[in-house]
Design a protein around this ligand. Sequence first.
Ligand SMILES: Nc1ncnc2c1ncn2[C@@H]1O[C@H](COP(=O)(O)OP(=O)(O)OP(=O)(O)O)[C@@H](O)[C@H]1O
Ligand SMILES: [Zn+2]
Length: 485
Amino acid sequence: MTDTPPPADLRLFNSLTRQVEVFSPVHPGEARVYSCGPTVYNYPHIGNMRAYVFADILGRTLSWKGYDLTHIINITDVGHLTDDADAGEDKMEKMAAERSQSIWDIAKHYTEAYWADVQALNIRQPAKWSVATDYIDEMVAFAKGIADKHCYELESGLYFDVSSIADYGRLARAVTEDGEGRIDTVEGKRNQADFAIWRKTPAGETRQMEWDSPWGRGAPGWHLECSVMGGKLLGFPFDIHTGGIDHREIHHPNEIAQNQAHCCAGGLDSAENSGARIWMHNNFLVERSGKMSKSSGEFLRLQLLIDKGYHPLAYRMMCLQAHYRSELEFSWEGLQAALTRLKRIVMAVERLSDAAVGDAVHPKFAPMLEKFAAAVSDDLNTSVGLVALEEALAVKKVDAAAKRAVVHQMDKVLGLNLFGLSREALRIRPKAATLTEAQIEAELIRRKEARAAKDFATSDAIRETLTAKGVEVMDGDPLGWEWRL
Ligand SMILES: Nc1ncnc2c1ncn2[C@@H]1O[C@H](COP(=O)(O)OP(=O)(O)OP(=O)(O)O)[C@@H](O)[C@H]1O
Ligand SMILES: [Zn+2]
């Protein structure tokens, strides 16, 4: 019997080196992780939530391996422009103006909506949700510390000179024409990739969110926010920084540039000072038409999936079935398949008795647990991890408590809430359903009576009516019926 996961080095893909590296913590026994959080100007779409499912799997894996995890996710409530480079308006200001609402109300509403999705997807709470506007003083102090050596002032704000640090942009490694084309030229910029770390409020304008600074009244740049919160809450260097793959091109190279400047100011030179040792990026959730995006107007929210009758953890399952570095194409068929797979697993778990769940693992399950540990240790290969879980569930003639123990171990990483979910809970009434559950139950009782009286015509008719109304009758199944999605 063993109560710790089988040892396997955790290997993670570092976007900085473009290599899989063995994780070796900065502080022995600890793991410090920062994840770029949502810009709360709108509802998150399910693509955004893929980024947090990924960060959650990373955090759970680190915890499972025994590291003392400190995970920070920020809430961006100021500074993120409609273009990741320096073009456009502040996303928050723009939405507030469109809605004639205060930014603070908008931020509150969408932060709560985001947290509801976090909870529905069984994403663990981080050590802290750091809210950008709570760190304005620290941002001004950070900017002051690097301004002399690395920045210059223009009418529109304080700009970071990317030629002032070693090896700018090595994370993106793609100074393609495409990349450069995205960066809007601001009159007077020394290099095309220079970016604002403080944006001055234009003369004659007032913004809802503005603060005093040595460079005039204005607001911090989005990249500055993450540098400051990461450094302040985790200390430089920390272990891992995560975000979606779009951040690999502009946001994170700019964060790294600032971190380098900041650390060099403290006497530590060179490109080694990226702030975090490992930078990890999840790939996109895409639709046939391309990347799912808030800015494009129409997008899929988790709530829409639920309204259609899909349990939110089916979406988590869908994410786990793909590797985080692969693009994942969303389709309703794919979601349905993920839900069916989750149901099968939950049914198998339900069959296990309520015997005590311990951490101890029976030797019979050692091969599956080893396979599982090897898979998640191999850059978070959850899709193979799921197969190991199913193999463990399929083992015959074994004590139920022992099986529960191994499932419990695996679910610590997968986070499918397998002991909190029942198959009935996975059956969600679609919003468009015309029948209530009570009506369905009543019809099923009528049908049972008809069958008992050998009145098969009536029994078949009831079944057909239910089918027409989106209900599948399942004879011989303890659940009795399902919504047809
Ligand atoms: N389609 C997607 N698939 C996976 N991750 C995504 C996708 N779109 C954005 N992300 C990630 O979601 C996280 C939150 O992003 P944020 O709230 O800043 O969205 P946004 O950039 O305003 O929205 P969008 O890019 O959709 O217009 C970031 O880590 C981002 O990289
Ligand atoms: Zn960020």
